[in-house]
Write a protein that binds this ligand. Structure first.
Ligand code: XUL
Length: 511
């Protein structure tokens, strides 16, 4: 059996997968609810100033112990042959030179938290929600000749939440503590190190979320490391492809939770690359659209070509090659805002309600943004409408809702054209993905069939599949066994809608 962990913003989860692709056990620990002593109800420390959003790495350690204690109570962990894992991307953990010795000397009689906390040189970890490093991003970009160059090298322009600018901010604001730092890990590689009992490598998927990994060389970029902080390269772990074995599990976990001593630990990855695996979408041509608070589009790519507009990101694909990731801030955020503005319920987003207007919305189009957007990166004070007088006046809920949804997915199609691959099939996930009305619009706009998977936690499933890959199993075989589509969820695009969307008019309105 294989164990997959996903340490996300609000919780840590585990999935145990059999070699036949059956989910044998699932367990999760919610940080806010289960570890109230860290005063982080949503997984991060509230009240950060100037865009700072940090989390307590000690909380992640306490949660790992708690999760395993509870999992060991209901499953025999001795049957686990290999472990894979993923973490929220971009977050970083700073440790001194005692880290390695502390890891190899962990005592099962005590907890991870008290034994490893003294190695932390930065008490809190900046995470992906942090927006405090605009200045550092500009400095890094200027040092290598501009953002186009950062993007050419690393797959993304310099981004606040990415780890490089976060490291630079620490180096500038707290040089003494930076000087004491011997290892800088991502959330993923930190937890992997703890499980393997030694400092672990970062994989190409999560490493690409740092603005420090040169994608054509698949190695740390010397110029960007130098532009970030003194002596950085020596503090970064090595890089390795997904599926690489880090080593056997640390004896701490064997003694304390009953793992077999020959259980292997593979390199961990980011939650999005792990989701690509867990959604069975690592092959180029398959696309995942996650409909959450923000909407996210990700897909496998053969070549690491980058977004000329600078909004999208390119990461390593755990299945080989590369993947793109494009985030849209106005996802459910905007769908909810419109629902509330119109005073309707979610049934107004159902297939039947949406059919009151035809695909293309009789030429009524909308830029569907209720506030700041990141793709495109611009502030909006509300949706921008073009069309009939009634539509411009906000009348006819069916036309407004269809206008919003079509706008969201036409905007998504436009801003993902640079990957150069027509989607063969789209796998929808996230809160709004069960809604057939929304799913049909996705199918029609992209002219591709849309399906939904049985499982909700695709990152932990992907992590468990990566565990199996570490043990020599084929990823595609594990995906075909484990990534099953929920019955009756396949929707075909309607051919008559192929020319219904006026992309050119939408792009002109975007300006
Ligand atoms: C991706 C990103 C988020 C985090 C959240 O770039 O910032 O999706 O990985 O888990």
């Amino acid at each position: 059996m294989y164990l997959g962990f996903d340490s996300s913003t609000q919780s840590i989860s585990a999935i145990i997968l059999s070699a036949l692709g059956e989910i044998v056990a699932e367990h999760s620990v919610n940080f806010g609810a289960r570890l109230p002593e860290f005063a982080a109800p949503s997984g991060f420390i509230p009240g950060g100033e100037k865009g700072e959003v940090h989390a307590d790495p000690q909380m992640w350690l306490a949660a790992l112990d708690l999760l395993l204690a509870e999992l060991a109570g209901k499953t025999d962990l001795a049957a686990i042959r290999a472990i894979g894992g993923s973490g929220q991307q971009h977050g970083s953990v700073y440790l001194d030179e005692t880290f390695a010795a502390r890891l190899s000397g962990l005592q099962a009689s005590q907890g991870l938290r008290e034994q490893l906390a003294p190695a932390l040189t930065r008490a809190s970890s900046p995470i992906w929600m942090d927006t405090s490093t605009g200045e550092e991003c500009a400095e890094m970009a200027a040092a290598v000749g501009g953002n186009a160059e950062v993007c050419r090298r690393t797959g993304s322009v310099a981004v606040e939440r990415f780890t490089g600018s976060q490291i630079r901010r620490f180096f500038k604001n707290n040089p003494a503590a930076y000087g004491k730092t011997a290892h800088i890990h991502l959330v993923s590689s930190f937890l992997c190190s703890v499980l393997a009992g030694k400092s672990a490598a970062i994989d190409f998927g999560d490493g690409a979320g740092m603005n420090l990994l040169n994608l054509s060389k698949l190695a740390w970029d010397e110029n960007l490391c130098a532009a970030t902080a003194d002596g950085l390269q020596e503090k970064l772990p090595s890089v390795a492809p997904a599926g690489t074995v880090v080593g056997g599990i640390s004896s701490y976990f064997v003694e304390k939770y009953g793992f077999a001593s020959d259980c292997k630990v593979g390199v961990f990855t980011g939650d999005n690359p792990a989701s690509l695996v867990g959604m069975g979408a690592t092959t180029p041509g398959q696309v995942v659209i996650s409909l959450g608070t923000s909407d996210t589009f990700f897909a496998g790519m053969t070549e690491p070509h980058t977004d000329p507009r600078g909004f999208g990101h390119v990461f390593g694909n755990p299945g080989g090659g590369f993947m793109c990731l494009v985030c849209f801030r106005n996802g459910s955020l905007a769908r909810e805002a419109m629902r509330d503005e119109l005073g309707v319920g979610w049934e107004a987003f159902d297939v039947e309600s949406l059919q009151a207007m035809p695909p293309g919305n009789e030429g009524n189009i909308m830029l569907p943004f209720y506030g700041a957007e990141i793709t495109p990166r611009r502030d909006f004070s509300g949706p921008v409408r073009r069309g009939s007088t009634a539509f411009m006046a906000g009348e006819n809920p069916a036309a407004q809702i269809r206008g919003l949804l079509e706008g969201q997915f036409v905007n998504m199609k436009h801003h993902t054209d640079w990957i150069g691959i027509q989607p063969q099939s789209i796998r929808l996930t996230g809160g709004a993905s069960r809604n057939n009305g929304i799913a049909q619009i996705v199918a029609d706009v992209f002219q591709a069939p849309v399906e939904r998977l049985e499982i909700a936690n695709s990152a932990a499933l992907g992590a468990a599949i990566l565990g199996a890959v570490t043990d020599g199993k084929s990823m595609t075989e594990m995906q075909s066994l484990a990534c099953r589509c929920a019955e009756g969820t396949l929707l075909e695009p309607s051919a008559s809608s192929a020319d219904a969307y006026d992309m050119a008019k939408f792009v002109a309105l975007l300006g």
